[in-house]
Design a protein around this ligand. Structure first.
Ligand code: FRU
Length: 323
């Protein structure tokens, strides 16, 4: 039997409190289960860039063979990525970007495309005329900038379509809610809210419904079953732009790199619009995938049991032969 080489992967995650990050980690662990030779060191930084710098440095001190990072903000986390890369440790940057080309692979959505799709959806929904509020994520994280730019690009030829107010929700529903509460009463005539994630979109729905008494169209981003798909299907938000977490993809890429295979540097995950016309089919597909996953888990358990029985019988036969 050939003994597989063992590896250590360090993963520095910016935050883990939301479903999107939890889903990413679950998907990563699911894929890691196929690689018992990989040790996985995980740190999350509670959305604090300074804390993440400290944690990332600690991981780099731990003799890791590969470094995965989803930076809270690009600039502060750039030096640590460069250090890792200079030391010869392969680096996979996930979801949010850093301000250096010195990494091995990037895996994440095309956030400009996501913003642009959202903008096109808004143009279509409002027939090119109306007032929009944009709720952004952390202004210094790349998806916030790219989603904003994509959205602006899509509406630029429609002068009657105006972003009348920008709110910094920092990717967090509570921040979005508090910031919106300060200004919402001034915008009784707003037609649409573009929130850069579904949690902030749902917060906008609540503020406008409960505090202002209006129901503007609302576009979110992420499209997780537990949040975005649910909100679209409950009609609290109008649409969501799918932003898969890429968890399995990240580990598969890591394994390839560890095995010295070549991988593309830029890996963009596909996206699509989900609204009331296709949310049901999305939910059914998610349910189907979940039930297949349960099947796989059952098969794994059975296989383990079979192996145990086989090994028992083998030692039994051995005892018979040798006695
Ligand atoms: C989760 C999240 C997602 C968003 C992504 C952007 O932490 O805020 O909702 O799409 O990060 O980096």
């Amino acid at each position: 039997e050939q003994k597989q080489r063992s590896f250590t992967i360090g993963f520095s995650q910016c935050v883990e409190s939301d479903d999107w990050r939890k889903t990413m980690l679950q998907e990563m662990n699911r894929e890691l289960a196929f690689h018992p030779n990989i040790q996985f060191l995980y740190r999350q930084a509670d959305g604090n860039s300074q804390k993440q710098v400290v944690q990332a440095n600690e991981l780099l001190q731990s003799a890791i063979d590969l470094f995965i990072i989803s930076p809270n903000e690009g600039e502060p986390l750039t030096p640590v990525v460069e250090q890792a890369f200079k030391k010869g440790i392969p680096v996979i940057v996930v979801d949010r970007k850093v301000a250096t080309p010195h990494y091995t692979a990037f895996i994440g959505s095309d956030n400009f495309a996501i913003g642009k799709m959202a903008g096109q959806y808004a143009v279509h929904l409002l027939h090119g005329t109306g007032k929009i509020i944009e709720i952004t994520g952390l202004p210094k994280s790349s998806p916030a900038m790219e989603r904003h730019n994509g959205f602006a690009d899509a509406i630029k030829n429609y002068p009657q379509l105006q972003v009348v107010q920008q709110v910094n929700g920092e990717w967090l529903p509570d921040t979005a809610k508090n910031e919106l509460l300060k200004i919402a009463a001034r915008y009784r005539d707003v037609n649409l809210v573009f929130a850069q994630n579904d949690m902030m979109a749902q917060a906008a729905y609540e503020v406008f419904k409960n505090k202002v008494g209006i129901k503007p169209a609302i576009i979110g981003v992420d499209g997780l079953p537990s949040t975005g798909l649910q909100f679209v299907s409950n009609k609290t938000i109008t649409a969501t732009m799918l932003n898969p977490t890429g968890g399995e993809e990240i580990i598969r890429t890591a394994v390839k790199i560890l095995n010295k295979e070549n991988v593309p540097k830029e890996n963009l995950i596909q996206t699509t619009v989900i609204d009331s016309t296709n949310v049901r089919i999305m939910q059914l597909q998610v349910a189907k995938a979940a039930s297949q996953q349960t099947q796989i888990e059952r098969q794994k358990t059975m296989l383990k049991e079979q192996t145990r029985i086989y090994n028992n019988q083998r030692s039994f036969v051995y005892i018979l032969i040798s006695s």
